[in-house]
Design a protein around this ligand. Structure first.
Ligand SMILES: Cc1cc2nc3c(=O)[nH]c(=O)nc-3n(C[C@H](O)[C@H](O)[C@H](O)COP(=O)(O)O)c2cc1C
Length: 247
């Protein structure tokens, strides 16, 4: 028997209230709130005990402004708090080194573990922030300027800036964006194939997740031939090869 801290209705209502915010009020986060969200981040579970992540808390306004521009997300400069969320194999290697252990060769494992750990810790932080009444925004736009952002924040080899995360008090009206139907993302025992009609219907219903109301069009701009992700792909691969995990 579990001891419920919250009722199922309260939990669902809380998660239903998630929305991403890109315009914030110019207020700072009190230190006890900051302490709470950072503690929440550190309570995240971690594969193989390794905690292969680091956050760079961005407090220098000039640095924030440069990263905001490079990552094409202006709210990095204006949020109450902005963090660079990094996968980090550098510290692990240093820990092994100071204990006289020769590090193994595991570049792909490092990516797998590092991103997993970083995402779990940062999402814990976002959820804790939302519990305190803040809202936030993950920023994959960091991929638009990986080398520059890594240089500006002096990331050593083995530290990969996966994304940024802004947190603050919303200065825009709430917008609750749709998700795919439950039965399309939760399978039971076996992966269920999708029919064309089902995918077309759910894609139409997803319209309001995008500003233009046309989700397939947005997906095609990101993931279609000649889309944004094809431009990001070589940048990410070369960054990982040169600066980070892949040798
Ligand atoms: C890893 C990740 C990267 C994201 N990158 C950006 C970004 O660069 N800019 C942005 O405005 N929103 C970004 N988002 C926010 C998504 O656009 C947002 O979560 C999605 O549209 C769903 O909206 P909702 O969170 O309000 O429900 C990102 C979200 C995630 C999880």
């Amino acid at each position: 028997m579990t001891t419920n801290l919250f009722s199922p209705t309260d939990v669902q209502r809380f998660f239903d209230e998630h929305w991403t915010v890109r315009k914030y009020k110019a207020v700072s986060m009190p230190s006890e709130h900051l302490e709470t969200i950072l503690a929440a981040a550190q309570r995240a579970p971690t594969d193989a005990t390794a905690q292969m992540y680091s956050f760079i808390r961005l407090t220098d306004p000039a640095l924030r402004a440069r990263i905001a521009e490079a990552a094409t997300n202006a709210h990095i400069a204006t949020a109450s708090e902005s963090f660079l969320i990094c996968a980090d194999v550098h510290r692990l290697k240093r820990i092994l080194e100071v204990h006289g252990v020769e590090g193994g060769h595991f570049p792909h494992i490092a990516i797998h573990f590092g991103i997993g750990d970083a995402v779990m810790a940062a999402q814990n932080m976002l959820i804790a922030s939302e519990m305190l009444g803040y809202r936030g925004c993950w920023i994959g736009g960091v991929l638009n300027a990986l080398d520059l952002i890594a240089e500006l924040t002096q990331l050593p080899e083995g530290v990969f800036p996966f994304a940024a995360l802004t947190i603050g008090v919303p200065d825009e009206p709430p917008q609750h964006r749709p998700r795919l139907p439950r039965e399309q993302v939760i399978h039971e025992n076996h992966y269920r194939p999708y029919s064309e009609d089902e995918l077309k219907a759910s894609s139409k219903a997803m319209g309001p997740i995008t500003a233009r109301g046309d989700w397939p069009q947005t997906l095609s701009r990101y993931f279609g031939k000649g889309g944004g992700m094809e431009q990001r792909e070589p940048v990410l691969e070369s960054h990982l090869r040169r600066k980070v995990f892949l040798e």
